[in-house]
Design a protein around this ligand. Structure first.
Ligand SMILES: NC(=O)c1ccc[n+]([C@@H]2O[C@H](COP(=O)([O-])OP(=O)(O)OC[C@H]3O[C@@H](n4cnc5c(N)ncnc54)[C@H](O)[C@@H]3O)[C@@H](O)[C@H]2O)c1
Length: 285
């Protein structure tokens, strides 16, 4: 296999670590904010001109959904200006750009019998969602050789719901979890593998929904986590209104995967992904 030269930004994050692992046989240039702050155009250009990668995988993001409501400028810089800078730089060396977006670009107001296709109307309801949606648009303005993978409910080697709820489940007799928000939990390693398959198979450039298969809600997800991890803790179902957050959460985050599956990309179910995650992380959690 010919080694690709791959520049990873945000390489120390949850997805960044998984991408490093999946692309280990390629020539990797791993960077995080200390090496390339993606919000600073000349830093991005310097690195990209120096290494001339075949592909840039942008795993960097401002991901604190509630924090973004207050830190609007920072969220905008990282989630919108950053991707724009990367798109301009990637285009200048004819590199492919892989970028990650989110279910939060939709308003999530559809009935849960209805799932979101890639081209459905966007209507983000939070600052985070707006910045990610603007980031997608900036990429489309500055480069044609891009993949945008919209993912959701990500868990991997980092701070995530699975770790947090397991910590609570081990300490408490019961936890309250919302049952009225639906989506697809996604293992960072599986998303890294989707990215890998897309580049290997050279699927058509564009935007794809990329999560593990199957849908659930946070309450049932928690019950499955506790079941698989053998944690004895009662799970109390509550509504979103009973557990208010600073930023609005979409109730329907269900992303249709027909487009990516139509390109022969293999994706596991979220339950299978969770089992592999728990096995891999069993000494850490
Ligand atoms: N975590 C989720 O549940 C979730 C859901 C949907 C979509 N996503 C998207 O998936 C992608 C990966 O998310 P994650 O959970 O791995 O994120 P993460 O927060 O674990 O990692 C983000 C990384 O970006 C780096 N970073 C922050 N600002 C930077 C800057 N200015 N320049 C360079 N690096 C910077 C951080 O240091 C960190 O290492 C993001 O695009 C995110 O928006 C995540």
């Amino acid at each position: 296999m010919n080694k690709r030269k791959v520049l990873i930004t945000g390489a120390d994050g949850q997805l960044g670590r998984a991408v490093r692992e999946r692309f280990a046989d390629d020539e990797l240039i791993c960077t995080d904010v200390g090496d390339i702050n993606i919000t600073i155009l000349h830093r991005v250009q310097e690195f990209v001109q120096k290494y001339e990668p075949d592909a840039i995988i942008n795993c960097a993001a401002y991901n604190d959904v509630d924090g973004a409501e207050l830190k609007k400028e920072l969220a905008y810089a990282v989630n919108c200006i950053g991707p724009r800078n990367l798109a301009m730089a990637a285009n200048s060396v004819k590199a492919k750009l892989v970028h990650i977006s989110t279910d939060y670009v939709f308003d999530g107001k559809r009935p849960i019998t209805d799932i979101y296709e890639e081209n459905d109307d966007k209507n983000p309801q939070s600052v985070y969602g707006c910045t990610k949606y603007n980031g997608e648009n900036e990429i489309k303005r500055y480069i044609t050789t891009y993949y945008i993978f919209r993912t959701a409910w990500l868990f991997g080697d980092g701070n995530n719901f699975v770790r947090k709820i397991m910590e609570l489940g081990k300490k408490q007799d019961e936890v309250k979890v919302v049952y009225d928000q639906y989506g697809s939990p996604t293992y960072a390693n599986d998303l890294a593998d989707i990215i890998y398959q897309a580049l290997e198979k050279k699927i058509p450039m564009g935007t794809y929904h990329a999560t593990n298969l199957g849908f659930t809600n946070w309450y049932d997800f928690t019950k499955e986590i506790f079941k698989q991890a053998g944690i004895q803790c009662r799970v109390i179902p509550v509504t979103s209104e009973e557990l208010p957050r600073a930023a609005a959460r979409p109730k329907n985050s269900m992303l249709a995967k027909g487009k990516i599956l139509g390109e022969d990309i293999e994706i596991a179910s979220w339950e299978d992904a969770l089992a592999r995650y728990l096995e891999k992380e069993k000494n850490k959690i």
